[in-house]
Write a protein that binds this ligand. Sequence first.
Ligand code: F3S
Length: 299
Amino acid sequence: MKQYTLAKTAGFCFGVNRAVDLVYDLIAKQKKAATLGPIIHNPQMVEELSKKGVRIISSPLEAQPDECVVIRSHGVCQSVYDELTAHRITYVDATCPFVAKIHRIVERESKAGAVILIAGDPDHPEVQGIKGHASGPVFVARDAKELKDLSDTLEFSQNTPFVLVAQTTYHTSFWRECLEIARKHYTNVKIFDTICSATSERQSEAARLAAENDLMIVIGGKHSSNTQKLRALCAAYCETVLIETSAEIKDIDFSAYDKIGITAGASTPAHIIKEVLKTMSEILRNEENEDFATLLEQS
Ligand code: F3S
């Protein structure tokens, strides 16, 4: 009999849930909404919102006069707030409080003269938003090697204060490596561990499940960085498949696996997880159904 385990941390994190709720709140109040970029990295959810009239814009100036702009959980640069205020554009701020905390650290430390170092993906909107809260020098390093290379090229005095923060979804093992480099190569550095615990908990649980199972199914947007990280983590332990919707389940040959773990990225809505479980239950009908009934209740 096959065994299935659904990760307790699968699906929306607190910040994404809050952002999506804020958009639905606007819809419920019959207000027109335009999000600054997709509200989450989940194409199905974005399409659902688009059907409800929610537009995606890339700059506040693209908003129509009757639209309320929504700042998504990733947060934005200070210049975007300035633009919204200067043009008197109505907006709701769905920046995740954990990201907003990094903005405050960067603003404060940068004003006090520190050079800001961000461990993260320079192309990620959250990192671009964090960068945009520094009023002085700011650098992004993807990993410990880049952080080390940066220390060799930067020309600052011995006493220059540095501050190191991390993208909230930064990989915990990369962060440990960055800490070693920061302490060794940046003599005057203050470190703020800004990795969100929702991410590390989801990652640890996914790794634990992957170590205990023969197959891991990761549900989430294929372009979502946190879902990609989950896939990479699980793939180090067992066969791992990343799917966006239940439609992809039929392509998986379950016959070779006895123990199957399931997790989902931070931007995967609960109803998609449920649909995947339902489809699996239909494909694997017979003795597994009892297990699935429990999983469906949990999801
Ligand atoms: Fe916020 Fe953490 Fe989610 S930073 S958006 S609760 S992953």
